[in-house]
Design a protein. Sequence first.
Length: 238
Amino acid sequence: MPMIALQPSRLALAAATLLAAGCAGRPAPATPPPAAPVATRDTARAAATVADHGAMDHAAMGHGAAHDHGAGLPPVTLPANSIVTEADVRFMQGMIAHHAQAVHMTRLAEGAGASPRVLKLARKIDLSQAGEIALMQDWLRDHGQFVPDTASWRTMRMHGMLSDAELARLAAARGTAFDREFLTLMIRHHEGALQMVADLFASPRAGQEVDVSVLANDVENTQTAEIGLMKEMLAELR
């Protein structure tokens, strides 16, 4: 997918910095980025509606079915001449929840007796995805849109996300069993993110705004590389 040839924006430059930092293997931050949803007159109603979705069949939702990223969220209102589309907004909102679940998964590794190699990978994913969450939240604020917080993964489920039962199984695993579960489930989780990127670029006029384009391409490039690495690591465990 070609990148848009425009002057890099603040978010684009920050995304590039995060990617470089992640490759350097710096330790993960101690806490997730702060939850800071935008205050709108629809926010409270949206939160209640999204919470109702928590009773849905998460097992079915976690295996790549097509999901409406905007279900239960406030409507998207954009200027008539805006290059930003509703698909761009929903991608950013959905990817916040998707990344937030991945961060939750990585932080289970610390107390699960994960191998040093898996623990290093988990910290790298934590660092890069927690940072991207903050960037996406800033982008949504800048465009006057509803901003999901870092707990949104509990009620928003998209391609590749884990069910409650799968999360419980991962949390209970220890040692080599944890490594195997983590790698297997994170591969699927990453594949779901790649599907979200594909869906974005398949939407009419979507992915043309420079920050959305940069973020989507970074997700695709980074997570494709990580899938390859995790498949190698998983094969070595079998």
